[in-house]
Unconditional design. Structure first.
Length: 277
């Protein structure tokens, strides 16, 4: 018994997961195997180890817990807002893009067990984050999980900025294109999974150029996510200043009144050379 506990304490992977949880979540895992399961993608489970559980069940639980936590946070933060606003804000905070961004910001890939290339399935980090929330809930209960998750969200997301994007992004983008005579199209590029695991990737094309990409569990959510991505890209673009032409405008006027260079036939006096008259 003592030997088993000693060996577990010496396991470098377990030490790494424990230290990472303390650093990122501010909590020390009680049931460490549960956290390791949350950080184990199905691709890391070998065919000869069917007893080794992956994180899909914990992801299912964490998704529900995260919805409840964010719903509670928004309900308290915006006491005068209606159901529609609260629903849209929650959808943005739990969107696949936001969860993936948050998961990468907290360095979840450092402790994630996966045999997939990092670019082959972009939803893996966000799914692992949901599974981690599920493990935290089982280990610590709802109240401590809520405090840890809210702290994490507020440290990485600006609710005021997200609130500014409250309006229906797709409608706003189409309206923007109509006013500026630009062709705006939404194209669903990928569709995979089934049932609860359904997944879509959408793109926004403006005059034939890809200007935003989004993901979601439905086409509508993926398109809304892509619209917000396009708006963020527009805000980050700096206008290119027009090229100056030295012989145009004021520059050409100055050139017209510039004194002529002295003639090679005599010293410069500032007066016209009349020696040839």
């Amino acid at each position: 018994m003592i030997s088993s506990l000693f060996n577990r304490a010496r396991n470098p992977e377990e030490r790494k997961v424990r230290a990472w949880c303390r650093q990122v979540l501010g909590l020390t895992p009680g049931d460490l195997p549960l956290y390791r399961q949350a950080l184990r993608h199905v691709s890391a489970v070998a065919d000869d180890r069917p007893d080794l559980p992956d994180n899909e069940r914990l992801e299912f639980l964490g998704d529900a817990v995260l919805d409840a936590i964010i719903g509670d946070m928004l309900f308290s933060t915006y006491p005068d807002k209606g159901e529609g606003f609260l629903t849209r804000m929650r959808s943005k905070l739990v969107s696949r893009t936001q969860l993936n961004t948050l998961a990468k910001q907290i360095g979840i890939e450092r402790v994630l067990e996966s045999n997939l290339a990092r670019t082959s399935e972009s939803s893996v980090p966000g799914n692992a984050l949901e599974a981690l929330i599920g493990a935290l809930f089982l280990d610590k209960g709802f109240d401590r999980t809520r405090k840890a998750v809210v702290k994490l969200l507020l440290a990485h997301f600006d609710l005021n900025e997200i609130e500014k994007e409250d309006r229906d992004g797709k409608s706003r983008l189409l309206e923007w294109g109509q006013k500026r005579r630009k062709k705006v199209e939404f194209v669903v590029r990928e569709e995979g999974g089934s049932g609860r695991g359904k997944h879509y990737v959408a793109e926004v094309h403006i005059n034939g150029e890809v200007r935003g990409t989004g993901q979601g569990a439905s086409k509508k959510v993926a398109e809304q996510d892509a619209a917000q991505s396009a708006f963020r890209g527009m805000r980050s673009r700096k206008p290119t200043p027009p090229k100056s032409h030295p012989e145009s405008g004021v520059a050409s006027i100055k050139a017209a009144h510039r004194p002529r260079r002295p003639s090679r036939r005599g010293p410069w006096t500032g007066q016209p050379d009349n020696s040839a008259d």
